[in-house]
Ligand binder design. Structure first.
Ligand SMILES: [Fe+2]
Length: 728
């Protein structure tokens, strides 16, 4: 059913049959498609985040990024001919229940634990006392244990452990690896029971060897978390006074160039605030300021950079190796490790271009004064690099007796956020299919004080929280061919495809403006590896005046970046606009051979290949199937205002151009922004595995380490609100 806000998402568990709006459901589909998404917080009743709280005060969650939300899983059941059934639910991690127990909104202001409540800090949801929510909302990794005849699935997240869930019930089974195994990304003095674990949202499973690989890394932004929580330490009176003092200052500061003097001045201002409120925090605050400050003058502390490669084969205790760079040093991850990959003989680790700077950890600390918020964002923002680094580990080196393993390093000359490798790697030649988000910053989101570059107008309020996909260069689809022994790209076989299309024509043709996600047949299959990926289905977001903000323009306008088009050219392209596209790229020739352009103002978020249940031998195997997409359509109603509808579209993978063969909807189905997906042949309830952790023991081990101040309270909270939800 049409909804008035673009970013509308339900959190309700659904168990429904989708209604056909157009076309027919193909009768030769089977299996299950899972799609992950964030669906707001326990306080928000889905999306959008309301502007005010029930008592009329500003809602601090308003305008939060849509990807900061509880994992809400869609399971499309394609096993009944001519029907698509949908089951959905929220994945309720132990920290979900801690969030409920502390929330002054859902558990009343008088609850004993309100002072430990979680708040949205940009991309993360944090309680300064308890830690960072593991929302498991990003992706999935299907796998099988040696004696399994059905698929198991992990739900994954960049800042928390993966959890296995029951694919039939969409209920969590267990986290993977004990809390005490994973190293926290937070500074050592912060003993929080829900540690922020820096890992990858894309662990991988090799069905040939039945190994799951993932990572755990630490970075040396000494007091990273302090940076994100300073405003939380200001009580309402202090916040008001600080705001008043800041108002005049910001006006002067805005005129100044960002240099050492300005950072010092801002540092001194906050130092005075902290002296006023809580002397014990001054030292730690200095650590934070020091980090921000040093970052800008080029002395970035690097004393505890470590990357651990983790291998899991269904044990309670995971095996890990510290990975060293070719010089024998710990690896420094500049951004994060959103994606990892593997081939027959190698594991591919990456420093991917999804930045992790301070500005993405604050939302709107001064909701009445967006000018202050805008200034602070500008002051502490960072740009992502214009290249990516792959670290390639030889799987033969993963000897259980070893602690450290050296990797080869290969620099990709383009920003990369996702990739998949061919399983075959003849003669040490690895082929990686890469998604390049060139000067397109997926970690940023549209904020309520943003101004559109093309028009000078304020952003459309309906888009608040959407990832800032106003790209500042054209995206690329890559095929990187790597000679691992030499540690370099083979230039004459490596290709970076970009397509502008003809923006003057209504049918622009295929394009790569803002390359997003992709899918191919048996991507992430729990049953077999794909030796050679031949046809990849790609999503590009297109160009929109509504998406390119002045902030993003200024952040990524530098002519010094590796770029195809200048900032000025990108602004002109953006003014011409381009719609979302679904396109098929033949990796043998690196050309887009089929495509479908979505109507203007339609949004396509996730895409998933579904193999046809009976092989049609007239069609190449990797094109023999369907593509399921989540689509938001825009409708102008009879009053002349916009409405939106959340729909599921099915394309014939061998003929995108004809448009969707079936469109489905349901009055209860609403989604704002959906993320990664997977197809699996079955989704049965799985047997209770031997590695299920005892949740009580697992978190009590962390609570034991807490400082005196909140330890007893945290124990009571977990005893009353968390443990009763778990059987053990
Ligand atoms: Fe991803």
């Amino acid at each position: 059913m049409a909804h008035p806000n673009l970013l509308t998402a339900t959190r309700k568990p659904l168990d429904i049959t989708l209604q056909v709006k157009e076309g027919n459901v193909p009768e030769d589909m089977n299996g299950f498609v899972f799609i992950n998404s964030g669906a707001g917080s326990i306080n928000s009743d889905g999306l959008p985040f309301p502007m005010t709280l029930p008592d009329g005060s500003p809602n601090p969650e308003y305008g939060s990024p849509v990807i900061n939300g509880d994992g809400y899983v869609f399971r499309f059941d394609l096993t009944e001919k001519g029907k698509i059934k949908l089951k959905t639910d929220i994945l309720k991690t132990p920290c979900y229940y801690a969030d409920v127990g502390t929330s002054p909104i859902v558990n009343t202001k008088d609850n004993r634990f309100w002072n430990m409540a979680f708040k949205n800090f940009g991309l993360a949801r944090i309680s300064t006392q308890l830690g960072t929510r593991d929302q498991v909302n990003t992706a999935f990794t299907p796998f099988k244990l040696p004696n399994d005849n059905q698929s198991r699935i992990l739900a994954t997240f960049d800042a928390g452990r993966p959890f296995e869930f029951d694919p039939a019930q969409i209920k969590l089974i267990t986290p993977i690896g004990k809390n005490t195994f994973w190293q926290s990304g937070m500074p050592p003095f912060m003993k929080q029971p829900i540690a922020m674990v820096l890992t990858t949202a894309h662990p991988v499973y090799d069905p040939d060897t039945k190994e799951v690989f993932t990572v755990n890394f630490t970075k040396t932004t000494k007091a990273l978390m302090e940076a994100t929580t300073i405003f939380d330490r200001l009580l309402p009176d202090d916040l008001e006074k600080t705001e008043l003092d800041l108002l005049g200052k910001v006006e002067q500061w805005e005129q100044r160039e960002q240099n050492q003097d300005l950072y010092l001045e801002v540092e001194n201002f906050f130092k005075d605030v902290y002296k006023r409120i809580d002397r014990s925090w001054i030292g730690k605050f200095f650590d934070w300021v020091g980090d921000v400050f040093y970052k800008y003058i080029g002395h970035y502390f690097t004393h505890k950079n470590n990357v651990f490669l983790i291998r899991w084969q269904g044990e309670k205790d995971l095996k890990s190796w510290r990975i060293l760079d070719p010089e024998g040093q710990g690896i420094q991850i500049n951004h994060n490790m959103h994606q990892i990959g593997f081939s027959k003989d190698y594991v591919l680790l990456a420093d991917t271009n999804f930045k992790f700077s301070f500005d993405i950890m604050i939302n709107n600390p001064f909701p009445h004064n967006p000018r202050i918020d805008a200034f602070l964002r500008r002051l502490i923002s960072g740009v992502m690099e214009d290249y990516s680094t792959l670290y390639i580990v030889n799987r033969k080196d993963l000897d259980v007796k070893k602690k450290n393993v050296k990797a080869k390093r290969v620099v990709l000359p383009v920003e990369t956020v996702h990739f998949s490798a061919n399983y075959a790697n003849p003669n040490g030649i690895v082929t990686v299919h890469t998604a390049h988000n060139c000067s397109a910053c997926p970690a940023e989101w549209i904020r309520n004080y943003d101004i559109l570059k093309a028009t000078g107008e304020r952003v459309d309020k309906e888009r608040l929280g959407l990832i800032s996909v106003g790209e500042m260069d054209i995206g690329k689809i890559g095929k990187c061919v790597i000679d691992v022994n030499k540690g370099e790209l083979i230039d004459d076989q490596t290709k970076f495809l970009y397509l502008t299309g003809d923006l003057q024509k209504p049918d622009t043709g295929p394009h790569t403006w803002a390359v997003g996600l992709y899918t191919y047949r048996e991507m992430l299959s729990p049953d077999r590896n794909i030796d050679k990926i031949e046809y990849v289905y790609w999503q590009s977001y297109g160009l929109s005046k509504q998406m390119l903000t002045e902030f993003i323009y200024n952040l990524y306008k530098s002519p010094k970046r590796h770029r195809t088009f200048s900032a000025e050219e990108m602004l002109e392209f953006t003014k011409q606009e381009a719609p979302f596209v679904l396109e098929c790229v033949d990796t043998n020739i690196m050309e887009a051979t089929d495509y479908y352009l979505f109507p203007k103002d339609y949004f396509m978020w996730s895409l998933q290949f579904i193999p046809r249940s009976v092989r049609n031998n007239d069609i190449p195997e990797q094109k023999d199937g369907y593509i399921l997409c989540t689509v938001i359509t825009t409708i102008i109603n009879t009053q002349g205002t916009k409405e939106y509808n959340s729909e599921i579209w099915i394309f014939d993978a061998n003929n995108l151009k004809q448009g969707a063969v079936c469109k489905l909807e349901h009055p209860e189905l609403t989604f704002a922004f959906t993320i990664h997906s997977v197809w699996v042949p079955d989704a049965k309830s799985v047997s209770q595995p031997s590695y299920v952790l005892n949740i009580k023991d697992d978190y009590n081990a962390m609570i034991q380490k807490m400082g005196k101040k909140y330890k007893a309270e945290a124990q009571q909270l977990f005893d009353e609100y968390v443990y009763p939800n778990f059987n053990n």
